[in-house]
Design a protein around this ligand. Structure first.
Ligand code: PBG
Length: 331
């Protein structure tokens, strides 16, 4: 039996003492790597639990300011806003999505006023605003109309930029939207508004709890997003999507979901020089919370290991519902 270079090479030597393990360490997770997603609702003084996402809430504006203060105090650089739109404001033409007096622009303005240095990221997609829960406009047969949808997304992105969003994040997967939004932002003088493109967004079953949270699950019914979100089996296609979005003017690209797609994150980092973010999505969060509630796993250790794995795979930043807890644990 060959023992290689043993005993000259002993991999365990450097693992024996903590000081050496610390020096050998390749990946460090900090609160600065995290983005906190926040669900916002109309009204006052209300914090609604989301049953499929224990520990995550829908906040009215006054309450969102309190959570943002916590996030900033913990060293989390940015928050990402997701609106919960009441049924009466949903429509086929999704026009509430670019209403300057809508939930998102009002929240952006308030957050920017109270926390000027906290990064504010807004989601550009029509699903919270459409009666059918799709990310775009549909025709009579239910198919999503790409170019017409892009026109809506442009209006939505401009509305967010005008309100003061630092980053607009198209999560809709329509073709050509990054270039069109970039052009519109430049033309309107928003030269410094960042675009975070959800470039590699998969048609995943891990979004279920999020759709409960924003109320799009009931609207969607049995319909799928397979004609615009990616097939989970594809990897080359993700590289093509990322290349296109960067070419169209994206500043940052996103891989979503995260845990089942770490290979995509790594490939993106190896292939491109642009920043790569990853979304630790709702279903991934809820699985951990369910196992932790049953005491089957050690929540703190598991969460920190998962978040570390995103960084090791190559992510520059991680959208995660664990952000507040993780930032506290990392202190
Ligand atoms: C859609 C959107 C989705 C998520 C955020 N924005 C998924 C979807 O419904 O297709 C999911 C995020 C999560 O699961 O945490 N624009």
């Amino acid at each position: 039996m060959s023992t290689g270079h043993f005993p000259f090479t002993r991999m365990r030597r450097i693992r024996m003492k903590k000081f050496a393990r610390d020096l050998r360490c390749e990946t460090i997770l900090t609160a600065k790597d995290l983005v906190l997603p926040l669900f916002i609702i109309d009204g006052k003084n209300s914090v609604e639990p989301i049953s499929s996402m224990p520990g995550v809430f829908r906040y009215t504006l006054d309450k969102v300011l309190e959570v943002a203060a916590q996030a900033q105090a913990l060293g989390i650089p940015a928050v990402a806003l997701f609106p919960v739109i009441s049924a009466s404001k949903k429509s086929l033409d999704a026009k509430a999505a670019w209403d300057d007096k809508g939930l998102v622009p009002i929240a952006v303005k308030a957050l920017k006023k109270s926390f000027p240095t906290l990064g504010i990221i807004t989601d550009v997609a029509l699903d919270p605003y459409t009666t059918h829960g799709q990310d775009g406009f549909i025709d009579a047969s239910g198919e999503i109309l790409n170019d017409k949808t892009v026109d809506g997304l442009i209006k939505q992105a401009l509305c967010h930029a005008k309100a003061g969003a630092d980053i607009v994040a198209p999560s809709d997967m329509m073709d050509g939207r990054i270039g069109c939004i970039r052009e519109a932002l430049e033309a309107a003088g928003f030269h410094d508004t960042l675009i975070l493109a959800y470039s590699a967004k998969y048609a995943s079953s891990f979004y279920g709890p999020f759709r409960d949270a924003v109320g799009s699950k009931a609207s969607l019914g049995k319909a799928t997003k397979d004609s615009y979100q990616m097939d989970p089996g594809n990897s080359d296609e993700a590289m093509q999507e990322i290349a296109l979005d960067l070419d169209e003017g994206a500043d940052i690209v996103m891989v979503k979901p995260g845990l089942s797609y770490l290979d995509i994150v790594r490939r993106a980092r190896d292939k491109f020089t642009a920043p790569v973010f990853v979304y630790n999505v709702s279903g991934e969060y809820s699985m951990v919370k369910a196992a932790a509630a049953n005491k089957w796993i050690d929540e703190k250790k598991v969460v920190l290991e998962l978040l570390l794995s995103f960084k090791r795979a190559g992510a520059h930043a991680i959208f995660t519902y664990h952000a507040l807890d993780a930032a506290k644990w990392l202190k």
